[in-house]
Design a protein around this ligand. Sequence first.
Ligand code: HEM
Length: 475
Amino acid sequence: MEVPYSFMGSFLACGFLVALLRQFFLVPSELRHLPRVSVPRLLLSYLTGEVENERLRRLVLPFASERGEGVVLVWALGRWMVHILDPNLARIMSDNIDLFPKEAPPDDLMLWRLVGRSNILMSNGAQWKMHSRVVRSAISRAIPVEQFAALTRRLITVIGTDTVVNFDDLAQRFALDAVGTTAFGHDFDAIAQESPFAREYNGIMHAIANPLYLIFPTLERLLPRRALMKTMDTFVDGFKGLLQAKRENPGVDMMTFMLKEVEMSDRELRDNMVLLFIAGHDTSAGGISTLIYYMARNPDIQARARDEVLSVLGYGSDPTVNSLKQMPYLNACVNEALRINTPISYIVPRTTSMPVSLGNYSIPAHASLIFNIYVIHHNPRDWAEPEKFDPERFLLPDMNWKERGLWVPFAQGPRQCPARSFALHEQLILTALLLREYEWTLPSDSIHLDSLKNAFSPFALSIPRDLTVKFACRK
Ligand code: HEM
């Protein structure tokens, strides 16, 4: 019997496609000894737009909590990545930055076109040391306590007396003004009115997050998104304008400080500016919204934190670095919010500069590794009832969460977040002043009555979405 050409053609095409797909998802032979998450389950999760924290809870956490594994392979963005799930292994990786340098980001991924590569986040070795020295000293000169309080007062004016507000939006606008005024000496005035800059940024992030381009980054080359690239270039150029304005009109902000450093080129200054903008506002906004949400869901916790704030500050004075230290319960609430819905689920990929042994696992050279903050924060082997919002756990004397590397929202080691103290104070001051001014609850039609829902983010960010909150003035 003669086989029709059309049938043979389809058969060969199918065979070719299967072989291609197999190749695409094939685990490299040198990684095959490691446990791994099933590809079909991952693909289904990516294609249905599941949020990162849910995916990690369902598909990755069980490897640590049920099987006691310290690492697991996860397929993402077209390759296999080693997720570090064990706090001790995470510490080894974080402390040895020469053995585990930052991986060069895939050329095709749009995020890196936006963030740039000549900055503190993406550099390694001597370059990173230079960036780190300049950026860290700029950030850590003085905590802008008064500025945070002034911005909170602006926020209170916008919230008004008795209202329901979209708090995730307000938190993002607050965080944008916080980073704008303190890092660039530029007031976006985003709290009071819609900022075109923020709108453009949100539009770009939304376009970058197109699931098809994320799963198959090579599409950026096959079907280039020229309009998006142009918008991104114009957006980044906006930072050049800010830089020039800062040169002509120096202030007391981080950029003015960095401009005094002759070591950095204009390109490096601009890339660091874009980075501070991105790293500094979505993360903070996520942390703030999470904290406000859990306080709304737990009126007893909210009341206890308020009592503490009033006992230290009374009704007159603004918080200071010292007075905030006298509020252990409020500090515990901030820590617990950063644990339970950690703003960054895992760090930017590292690589191995040579074959290494991590605990019982041998990892080949040039593997991609990340340490998984979400899993470390949610492993029931280390945290009792990890899904419960319980600030009290940070007050237990024998928990030793710092020493054991169990609480790592800002990562750890030399490359941990340089703005840890900045971000913690931002949250403490905002919450202290809101507690004094308002009592807040979730409205009855909130989508978060049962559990917190995050917005979709392809960059492992956990930011609550559509978080309406009902504020009632206490005076
Ligand atoms: C709650 C808020 C924040 C959280 C949870 C957070 C978390 C993190 C984490 C986990 C890293 C490590 C990333 C990695 O190694 O791949 C990081 C790095 C970084 N963060 Fe933050 N961050 C926050 C706020 C900020 C703010 C407000 C700024 C700036 C004003 C900032 C600037 C940076 C920079 C420049 C780095 C790169 C450090 C390096 O590679 O040496 N972050 N952050």
